[in-house]
Design a protein around this ligand. Structure first.
Ligand code: ZN
Length: 242
């Protein structure tokens, strides 16, 4: 990476004015939330196949509930970081058309981003496991039953073994196919469909930028690649776009 490459990325963004930002867990580490697959990531400490699954939810609700209660608490204490805020500012300036995120923490919306596709759902949505009636985080944490049917509550996040929300997925594919710049921030791009969107964008003619600490399997198609911290990277990009 050097300064002239960053200038090219900035000029593509300014010229096309419809960048798509794709974010993963690395986006929120600067807000104090742990990521999943890096060395100290959550999945190296706890086993997702025991906790974030439909099997755990139905077969071991106590453990499932305790895991998500702890995650909710961590997220409740977190705030958007400088990177989230710069992305929201880019959107308000017409440089970014949407954010596609694998994160469930709601921090993009909290920072002011308007068009956010949450591929893995959101902690801000809780519903009944049985009848699907909406409920609240407080009721989930307090282990209150569903007000409609007395069933148990669950977070509105996508568990292993569940499908991604169709609307968010379709909007994300459409956006990837029609953007001038596709920018990955803090995703290891190891799970589907995250690992397909950059190549779809690239095939449709987009400039692909990847900012991630570790290598990703999609690095080969990046027009711009950096392992800078996301906050630092976005501040430099913003300075180029002043
Ligand atoms: Zn219910």
């Amino acid at each position: 990476m050097n300064g002239s490459e960053l200038k090219i990325l900035a000029s593509k963004m300014a010229g096309t004015k419809n960048a798509v930002i794709f974010t993963g867990a690395g986006m929120s580490t600067e807000s104090g939330l742990s990521d999943f697959r890096s060395k100290n990531g959550m999945w190296n400490v706890e086993d997702p196949m025991e906790l974030a699954t439909t099997t755990a939810m139905r077969g071991n609700y106590d453990k499932f509930h305790s895991f998500y209660s702890r995650r909710f608490e961590a997220m409740g204490n977190s705030r958007p970081n400088a990177g989230h805020e710069i992305i929201a500012e880019f959107e308000s300036r017409g440089l970014v058309k949407c954010v596609i995120t694998q994160n469930i923490d709601g921090l993009h919306a909290a920072a002011g981003s308007k068009t956010v596709y949450e591929l893995h759902g959101s902690v801000n949505k809780v519903r009944c496991m049985d009848c699907g009636a909406p409920s609240t985080q407080q009721d989930f944490i307090g282990r209150n039953p569903c007000a409609e049917c007395g069933g148990r509550l669950r977070p509105g996040v996508v568990l292993f073994g569940e499908n991604l929300p169709e609307d968010a997925l379709k909007s994300s594919w459409d956006a990837s196919e029609t953007c001038g710049v596709f920018m990955v921030l803090g995703s290891s791009l190891q799970v589907s469909p995250a690992n397909q969107m950059p190549s779809m964008a690239k095939n449709a003619g987009a400039f692909v930028a990847i900012c991630n600490r570790d290598v990703t399997p999609m690095d080969y198609l990046a027009d711009y690649r950096t392992n800078m911290g996301i906050g630092e990277f976005l501040m430099k990009l913003k300075a180029e776009l002043e």
